[in-house]
Design a protein around this ligand. Structure first.
Ligand code: AHG
Length: 336
């Protein structure tokens, strides 16, 4: 079969009425920016891009040089195309308006420019995650409040994983599709159409070092998985944890599985509501996973039903193969 490039795929999606020309351009621009990030990530020590930037982001976390570079690449690429009303980044406190000299569009773009950045220096996969919303019609200048829309209103979501190969995963609400970067040609090529996550799995991903801090229903659920075939679940489970959400989610989209970052006492003791960010990580990943037949909850409600109250809000994240997510969510609701 003839390879289908991302551009061809976007044209097909326009013809099918799934996206308009502006959203198609937006995705092209984001994909182009991610190719540049892939080049920077790939150079590693030779590009002088490893290590800390010496600054903290809005969450008070030390920024890596590549966090800063990736953020700049995405901001710069998206400023002038006329497809955005504004963009918001996990690395910046407030949304970035479009400079006055450029035309404005109808879309709002949110991104985590380099997720899992603690993995950069050890040469483990990292990624970019993004989400697209529509800017309300009557808004002259998009502000933070205009981004505060629940995940179900997302028009598009995607991530790029910078691993052994650079892979883009994308949804417009009509299935989840995967594109692999052909480095020689310089374009993303469709490698899997309509990815499906199996409903059942025997593989889970969680940071087990937090076990003693979890809530009782999480202790119960994971305890049952660990008990294996002699326990109540009657089968053995395998465990994986990359500590890069993009890599863990990509494995789930490839061979099934579940990913959990639950609430724990370490988080609540500091007044926190979760580890992962609703707008930059949880919502886009929930959209991608649900479009592939999986499920995504906070342990208590669907992630995409949460009404955001702030741009950098955090939530617990449960996502992946449906049967497991339903079971873990059921235990939490039962205990409330
Ligand atoms: P960061 O971008 O700050 O490295 O955070 C990564 C996120 C996510 O990608 C990953 O699943 C999780 O944090 C890992 O958390 P732990 O370090 O607590 O395992």
């Amino acid at each position: 079969m003839k390879p289908v490039s991302l551009i061809q795929f976007l044209i097909e999606e326009r013809r099918a009425g799934h996206i308009n020309a502006e959203l198609s351009l937006l995705i092209e621009v984001v994909a182009r920016a991610c190719k540049r990030i892939a080049v920077a990530v790939n150079k590693g020590a030779l590009g002088g891009v490893l290590g800390n930037a010496g600054t903290d982001n809005v969450q008070g976390e030390a920024q890596k040089k590549l966090d800063v570079i990736s953020n700049e690449i995405l901001l710069e690429a998206n400023a002038w195309g006329g497809h955005l009303a504004a963009c918001a980044s996990e690395e910046m406190e407030d949304p970035q308006p479009i400079p006055d000299m450029y035309p404005k569009g109808q879309h709002l773009l949110l991104f985590d420019p380099l997720d899992g950045s603690s993995n950069i220096d050890v040469n483990v996969s990292v990624g970019t995650i993004f989400s697209v919303l529509r800017c309300p019609d009557d808004v002259a200048e998009a502000k933070a409040e205009h981004f505060l829309q629940p995940g179900i209103t997302q028009l598009a979501a995607g991530y790029v994983v910078y691993g052994p190969s650079t892979v883009l995963v994308l949804t417009f609400g009509h299935g989840t599709h995967e594109f692999t970067l052909d480095r020689e040609v310089g374009s993303f090529v469709l490698s899997r159409r309509d990815i499906r996550i199996p409903e059942a799995t025997a593989e889970f991903a969680i940071n087990m070092s937090n076990q003693r801090h979890w809530e009782a229903p999480m202790q119960r659920y994971i305890g049952e998985l660990l008990a294996g075939k002699d326990g109540p679940r009657g089968k053995d489970f395998n465990m994986r944890w990359v500590a890069s959400m993009v890599a863990d989610v990509h494995r789930i989209l490839t061979r099934g599985g579940v990913f959990y970052y639950p609430l724990d006492a370490k988080i609540t003791a500091k007044g926190g509501t979760g580890k992962l960010r609703l707008m930059y990580e949880a919502n886009p990943m929930a959209f991608i996973v649900e479009q592939a037949g999986g499920a995504a909850t906070t342990g208590r409600e669907p992630i995409m039903g949460v009404q955001p109250t702030s741009l950098h809000q955090r939530v617990p994240v449960f996502l992946g193969s449906k049967q497991e997510i339903e079971q873990a969510t059921h235990y939490h609701l039962q205990a409330d």
